[in-house]
Design a protein around this ligand. Structure first.
Ligand SMILES: Cc1cc2nc3c(=O)[nH]c(=O)nc-3n(C[C@H](O)[C@H](O)[C@H](O)COP(=O)(O)OP(=O)(O)OC[C@H]3O[C@@H](n4cnc5c(N)ncnc54)[C@H](O)[C@@H]3O)c2cc1C
Length: 419
């Protein structure tokens, strides 16, 4: 199927995304692509509202400045009502904490823990970054998933003091389209004469004596190619390139994956008017709560085009690295468990009237400590194979914007093979 982790389904008459749900329009290259595709006027921006964190003491607002790049401001964290007195004092000392060399890499949780104390990691970094990457913040790479923070760390700066003078990076702005993100996939392919084969997989790549490649698909199709972009997960790329480089294949095998599942449910609007949580755009669940629900997005609050007088659409996310529980539940049981967590978090009493479940087995690459170095080594190992490029989240980072940049880089590498 085209789009990979971009896929829509219909729930209560609405087209909703079951994989990637929003693009960060401020990310480098993203708005340029949208504009090139003529889609700028069709962008729908998410409603500004607050997200919740489900703490031991109930729902609390996610403090300003805690985003996908980690915590960038201290005061909102200190004022969040989510820290113990000891934790507050420890976090407030960040500008005074001696700045250590982070060397080639460090886990994001370890680094933030050293600067702000473990409470900030457990209460803010884990629910935001851990949830986004379906991973363990004590293994995820600072350099790969929070490069802005790594830059400050390399300069031996204080995250808080640096933030005051830098007003860091592009503003976070998330957007989608009325028919979901498949709009981008369809528009990329519109008016091209590219021949596309779906419902078949490549199962072998061989190098021919003239340096070109021969690809064989599971349906028996054999094609010769001057250049190949392997936009597949690392474990699949490993199998495909083993005959070209055993060493690169082994290194590719080191990338771990988390299996995740999403469920979009429709709650009858009339019966949930008193659920205060639904005034926010979603909630995050720290892993320390040991719930199946990892995050919920309140789609009908977040997106103007999904407001519906009859149903409130909510998207549940589940699945973290190493967890197998979702695989043991059928769709109905999975939705029941996720709804039950939602009920405990928000007090919602009514059951979903409709749902759709999408499973994403081994979908989220774990960009763990040393990831950038590992990928650089793999690429360097493959340098002798002209016109062979790796692209996608497994190599260059999670998210559509990172994949767009990764794809562009791969295309340039392939073009260079023809010079
Ligand atoms: C539930 C979920 C929510 C997400 N939310 C967001 C979000 O809101 N915003 C955001 O920016 N990102 C989000 N992401 C992340 C983003 O979707 C991914 O990082 C990105 O789409 C990954 O793209 P990719 O090309 O690396 O991999 P994929 O999209 O997985 O594509 C790999 C492709 O390779 C194909 N393939 C596999 N094996 C073979 C083979 N042997 N031969 C041929 N083809 C093969 C697969 O069929 C697939 O189409 C989300 C991801 C998930 C799972």
């Amino acid at each position: 199927m085209l789009g990979g982790q971009i896929r829509t389904a219909t729930v209560a008459g609405h087209l909703v995304d079951m994989g990637a749900e929003a693009v960060h329009t401020g990310a480098p290259g993203m708005s340029a692509l949208i504009s090139e595709l003529g889609l700028t006027d069709e962008l729908i921006t998410s409603n500004p509202s607050k997200s919740w964190i489900w703490t031991q003491r109930g729902l609390r607002s996610l403090p300003a400045g805690v985003g996908p790049a980690g915590p960038q401001r201290l005061l909102p964290i200190l004022n969040s009502g989510m820290m113990s007195i000891g934790g507050l004092v420890r976090a407030g000392l960040e500008p005074l904490v001696p700045r250590r060399d982070i060397g080639s890499d460090i886990a994001v949780g370890q680094f933030i823990g050293q600067r702000f104390g473990h409470e900030v990691v457990e209460r803010f970094v884990d629910p935001v970054l851990g949830s986004l990457h379906s991973g363990d913040v004590n293994r995820l790479s600072l350099r790969a998933i929070a490069p802005d923070i790594a830059t400050v760390a390399d300069a031996r700066g204080s995250l808080i003091l640096e933030r005051r003078v830098r007003q860091n990076g592009p503003t976070m702005s998330f957007a989608t389209f009325a028919n979901g993100l498949t709009t981008v996939v369809q528009r990329v392919l519109a008016d091209t004469e590219i021949e596309i084969q779906t419902s078949t997989s490549i199962n072998s790549i061989k190098k021919m004596s003239d340096g070109r490649y021969e690809l064989e698909a599971t349906n028996g199709l054999v094609r010769e190619a001057d250049a190949i972009v392997l936009a597949v997960p690392a474990m699949i790329a490993a199998d495909l390139i083993r005959s070209l480089s055993q060493n690169a294949a082994e290194m590719l095998g080191h990338v771990r994956y988390a299996s995740v599942a999403t469920a979009v449910v429709a709650y009858p609007q009339a019966l949930i008017t008193k659920v205060r949580a639904l005034t926010g755009t979603g909630l995050l669940v720290p892993s320390s709560r040991r719930r199946l629900l990892k995050a919920a997005t309140f789609l009908s609050t977040k997106w103007p085009h999904l407001i519906d007088p009859t149903y409130a659409l909510v998207r549940f996310s589940s699945g973290r690295v190493g967890e197998q529980e979702i695989d043991n539940l059928d769709d109905a049981a999975l939705v029941a468990r996720l709804h039950s967590d939602m009920q405990d978090a928000t007090g919602i009493a009514v059951k979903p009237a409709e749902y759709h479940v999408q499973r994403w087995p081994a979908a989220i690459p774990q960009l763990e400590v040393g990831h950038l170095e590992l990928v650089a080594k793999i690429r360097s190992d493959l340098e002798g194979h002209q016109g062979l490029a790796l692209a996608g989240a497994s190599y260059d980072g999670l998210g559509i914007a990172a994949c767009v940049r990764s794809g562009e880089r791969a295309a340039l590498l392939c073009l260079a093979a023809f010079d």
